[in-house]
Design a protein around this ligand. Structure first.
Ligand code: GDP
Length: 691
């Protein structure tokens, strides 16, 4: 087994692809060849080991970020699972933050598809070095060189072929290993029988051409290599590897491999490539953060002897060990049984155990070091994006940003026992997924869950029902509108009942005024001279806040209002908490009506990339969705990028429209941008719907 302490041997990688390109199948094969998964799980049987969630198996997509450790030759490969659906771009970004290299899988028939482009650009943003694996070489219409061309033309990458197919489709019988000047011939589809030979004379000319391309690419790795190549016309094998490795890590070239994961061909060569060319944790720059509570920059070298630092990138409830926190360690050494500082939350927690997660087993570690990806047990509070450090030498790493949830559905459990199950399940799911929120609507008593997109909520509902056995009625997904006010207003609220015995008496006068977006509700008490006794002030505040939660105009929660309690009166006998709560809520409801109420809607930053000749249609479609075009810029190859701001309520079904407007060539990403006032007609419609 590999030596864990040798950082050079670690590869933290992700495998990314457009849906259906074969990411899951490839991951399975990698786990099979690396010896940790003994039975090959086929995706179509739903037995894949990585996709342990039922929904993922049925949908054939991978959603959560799980990390799996495996071994290839003397290297340790940590595979960080990256999701493939647009709704989960946050998950992709989160995994890109903590991995050092990536294998991008392309279908040999379909080539570069929209989601592979999206992930490619995200990887560019984070400077993640990549290898390309052109999968499905066995399929009718497979064309390796065409896909290589698309990498160059559509993605602006510089692919360098490391191997080349011998035959394609059902005649895909082997590969020319350009790097090692060999051929490998596959005996069967199980991938067990592989015959190594010299280059066949009939392919000599092809090989020479490919080898020259590879050596020339390697020569550009450094001035010294280029000089040697210019002088001698060649490079040694070590120099070739050095040149390719340097440039792969710098992101200037993409080593490319071909194969078929399904038929077990070409996976071993790819694994060799991961080890040879993708960076180890010490090949990438030291992590940079801040001293907590200051703007001072701090750096941590990837060294087991440096002060410990790590980033929590996933929290999962594991069926065997409970709350499991996935951590990428950037520096230092972590030992079970010790305390760590959570610099994000300013808390201190104890690490009880450290696990290495394999596909379907786990092993316990006595310690963990810089560069490792581990599962930690014992942390109760740590959340995704938190920094863990040593107490006497803390650092705060850049957190992972999560957009606000913008879409919600109502859930009504069928029985009391379903209600209990639901509450527990929501706690767990909310803990695992920071982009998912839930609350109870005080008016209807319904449970409202909110998230990033339609699919996101669909998956959560599915998990609630199956994993947690909750029986419930589910509403339609709806846009998360909010309410606010546009001007100042004052109002009085009275709740007085005097019908024999003990009565009720609450009386308040208050002022409301709009405040900056994002401030929520603020409450200030300016009552003097005990005109409302101190003990009733919190009751007034409670009533005010509750009234705002339910929404006054159209039932949406109200935000960005400052409430000032000005005056009121009380009764020695009849006043009570409840009377002041009700008075507070009456006053607010009345005040809002006079304060120019508005409804706010989530606006999305929408980026579309489409062919030049389709731009007219795409732009007029965005305009018809009440969108505002911010900019239009040309990208490579007659593709233009449009940046725009569009209300979420107009974006339902956009994927289908864009596909048909651009004959499938357009792609888009969408992210929450801000809340903004809805126009008058929509305001009136929303109110009409409510009444
Ligand atoms: P993912 O969505 O990227 O994870 O893709 P999957 O691994 O789920 O594969 C999608 C489909 O393509 C499944 O039905 C696989 O069996 C099939 N598939 C994957 N790799 C290959 C391959 O190399 N050749 C062929 N013919 N089919 C493949």
């Amino acid at each position: 087994m590999a030596d864990r302490q040798d950082l050079k041997k670690i590869r933290n990688i992700g495998i990314a692809a457009h849906i259906d390109a074969g990411k899951t199948t490839l991951t399975e094969r990698v786990l099979y060849y690396t010896g940790k998964s003994h039975k090959i799980g086929e995706v179509h049987d739903g037995t894949a080991t990585m996709d342990w969630m039922v929904q993922e198996q049925e949908r054939g997509i991978t959603i959560t970020s799980a990390a799996t450790t495996c071994y290839w030759k003397d290297a340790i490969i940590n595979i960080i699972d990256t999701p493939g659906h647009v709704d989960f771009t946050v998950e992709v970004e989160r995994s890109l933050r903590i991995l050092d290299g990536m294998v991008a899988v392309f279908c040999a028939v379909a080539g570069v598809q929209p989601q592979s482009e999206t992930v490619w650009r995200q990887a560019n943003k984070y400077g993640v070095p990549r290898l390309a694996f052109v999968n499905k070489m066995d399929r009718v219409g497979a064309n390796y060189e065409r896909v290589i061309g698309m990498l160059r033309d559509n993605l602006g990458a510089k692919p360098v072929m490391m191997n080349y197919p011998i035959g394609t489709e059902d005649q895909f019988k082997g590969i020319i290993d350009i790097l090692n000047t060999k051929e490998f011939h596959f005996g069967d589809d199980a991938g067990t029988e592989i015959v190594e030979t010299d280059i066949d004379p009939s392919r000599k000319a092809l090989f020479e051409k490919l080898r020259t391309e590879l050596v020339e690419a390697a020569a550009e790795g450094s001035d010294a290599l280029l000089e040697t190549y210019m002088e001698t016309g060649t490079l040694s094998q070590d120099q070739v590897i050095e040149g390719i490795r340097k440039q792969t890590i710098a992101g200037s070239i993409i080593p490319a491999y071909c194969g078929t994961a399904f038929k077990n061909k070409g996976v071993q060569a790819l694994l060799d490539g991961v080890v040879a060319f993708l960076p180890s944790p010490i090949d990438i720059p030291a992590v940079v953060g801040k001293k907590p509570h200051s703007e001072e920059t701090e750096t941590r070298e990837p060294d087991p002897a440096a002060p410990m630092s790590g980033l929590v990138f996933k929290v999962q409830t594991d069926p065997f060990v409970g709350r499991l926190t996935y951590v990428r360690l950037y520096s230092g050494t972590l030992v079970p049984g010790t305390y760590v500082e959570n610099t994000t939350q300013d808390t201190r927690e104890r690490i009880s155990r450290i696990l290495l997660m394999h596909a379907n087993t786990r092993s316990e570690l006595k310690d963990a070091h810089a560069g490792q990806i581990i599962g930690v047990i014992g942390l109760k509070k740590a959340r995704t994006g938190d920094t863990l450090t040593v107490e006497n030498n803390p650092i705060l790493l850049e957190s992972i940003e999560f957009p606000e949830p913008v879409i919600f559905v109502a859930i009504e459990p069928k029985t009391k026992s379903d209600q209990d199950k639901l509450s527990q399940a929501l706690e767990k799911l909310g803990d695992e997924d920071p982009t998912f929120h839930f609350r109870t609507d005080p008016e209807t008593g319904q449970t409202i869950i909110s998230g990033m997109g339609e699919l996101h909520l669909e998956i959560i509902v599915d998990r609630l029902m199956r994993e947690f056995g909750v029986q419930a009625n589910i509403g339609k997904p709806q846009v998360a509108y909010k309410e606010s006010i546009s001007k100042k207003a004052e109002a009085e609220g009275k709740f007085i009942r005097q019908t024999g015995g003990r009565g009720q008496y609450g009386h308040v006068i208050l002022k409301i005024e709009p405040i900056e977006r994002g401030k929520g509700i603020e409450f200030v008490n300016k009552v003097v001279g005990g005109r409302i006794p101190k003990e009733y002030i919190p009751s007034v505040e409670k009533g005010v806040r509750e009234a705002f939660q339910t929404g006054i105009i159209a039932g949406y929660p109200m935000v960005d209002v400052l409430v000032t309690l000005l005056d009121g009166s009380y009764h020695n006998v009849d006043s009570s908490d409840i009377a002041f709560q009700i008075a507070g809520s009456y006053a607010v409801k009345d005040a809002v009506k006079k304060a120019g109420p508005v409804i706010l809607e989530p606006m999305m930053a929408v980026e579309v990339e489409a062919p030049e000749n389709k731009m007219g249609d795409v732009i007029s479609d965005i305009n018809s969705r009440r969108g505002k075009i911010e900019s239009i810029d040309p990208l490579a190859n007659a593709i233009q990028q449009i940046k725009s701001e569009v209300p979420l309520s107009e974006m339902f079904g956009y994927a289908t429209t864009l596909r048909s407007l651009t004959q499938g060539r357009g792609i888009y990403t969408m992210q929450f941008f801000r809340y903004s006032e809805v126009p008058k007609t929509i305001f009136e419609n929303l109110i009409a719907e409510k009444s």
